[in-house]
Design a protein around this ligand. Sequence first.
Ligand code: F6R
Length: 249
Amino acid sequence: MRPIVDSPIPTFVFDDREELARTLADEVEALVTRSQGAVLGLATGSTPIDAYREFARRRRVNGLSFARATTFNLDEFVGLGAEHAQSFRRWTRENLFEHVDFDPARTHFPDADAHDRAAASREYEDAIRAAGGIDLQILGIGRNGHVGFNEPGSDRDSRTRAVELHPWTREDAAKSFGSMEFVPLRAITMGVATILDARRLRVIALGAKKAEIVRQTLRASQSRALPSTWLRGHADVRLYLDLDAASSL
Ligand code: F6R
């Protein structure tokens, strides 16, 4: 692992993706084994999967317990229902919750199926606050600079809300949905300000298709056009990259 010097976000490049996953897992392990437990913010998608496998391995091999931890997922598609194969609830259950010992009563998702999504969004913010705030938020970055589903145009002070998905986001999702026509048009996401309130942000980007957005996240001026640029200036943010994602730096 080597640090990138003079980066506006402390940035670390890993030759080995497993080492990246272990680095994040070490930090999560230290948090969840504290007597008071920890509040984790969870991302879905291809980026965090190695880290979630490492959490599961530590549960299996070392008995690491997540039972005292609380989780808040970043986002959820509108209109799918919890059991839909592409819902983030199902994804998180299958890729993480079934392999570790989180207490289901302490796992949270934005209620994308709520009749009143504005009220559901406010309740999500309240629930995060009531849990004492997020200790560590795991994040990926979309090719268009989205974090969570804060698409281009998202304000620095945005909060949990329903959003329209950007064409690139729907295009990237089309593979798992089989076709673009099945990809939802909307989602509920934590806002940029909700994410920035987390005490630690750990942002991961993997693969050559993220190289350009990683470069822009670090080099472009901060603006709503590229929500990932809002991560700069957070008091405890780190960017973890593999060699391909770092190839344009
Ligand atoms: C997922 C999320 C998104 C993804 C981003 C990258 O919960 O909020 O912001 O982190 O779209 O997706 P992958 O990891 O699939 O490249």
